[in-house]
Design a protein around this ligand. Sequence first.
Ligand code: SF4
Ligand code: SF4
Length: 223
Amino acid sequence: MIVAERKPMEELLQMTAPFGKILVAGCGACVTVCMAGGEKEVEVLSSLLLIERKKNGKELEARKHTVERQCEPEFIKDLDPRAEGVEMILSMACGVGVQYLAERYPKIPVYPALNTKFMGGPVQQGIWTEKCGGCGNCILSLTGGICPIARCSKSLLNGPCGGSENGKCEVDPKNIDCAWQLIFDRMKNLGKLEILAEIQPPKDWSYARDGGPRKIVREDAVL
Ligand code: SF4
Ligand code: SF4
């Protein structure tokens, strides 16, 4: 899933300051799971904005609504009646959702309430970690299902770098496991260490960036 976190309150107050009527729009997908922009977070942020406005003696109408997913036009339609007449939309989705809202409402400023961080998942309640850097040309079959791009601090494809000690990464030995140690251990357990000894051709990064936004076209699904 996409992992995001709410922007600092100070920044959100500045963003919303010029507006008297806003829509706080949540997303029911990834950002709900990572507790950054779902229904509950929409309620909390709206209340905080209202409290701050009251303190300053300024009026604010904060409408609230959470759609199933902000990254699909079909679901965004639900926001239409709530967006009617608002001066700005504060999207609590990831950057993708913000952009879909901006496309749908060309006359209303759409601002991000979240900082979109990475693709990953939870390690324990309240802690999420990056798992995939979206390189577009997955090599997990060569690395035991552990991504060196997202999980090695230096994104090395030919690790370890020589700085790992006791399975920990030199960048932060307290908190980060050496991804290449994990890869080695896993490949050993799988009895596939010989794969690590094979010389691999240079990774084709053109899948990650080849001159514009990436696109997938599934001919069998195109109507
Ligand atoms: S190799 Fe690329 S696609 Fe596969 S998990 Fe890592 S970053 Fe993601
Ligand atoms: S110690 Fe391991 S995880 Fe850290 S940078 Fe070196 S190879 Fe990557």
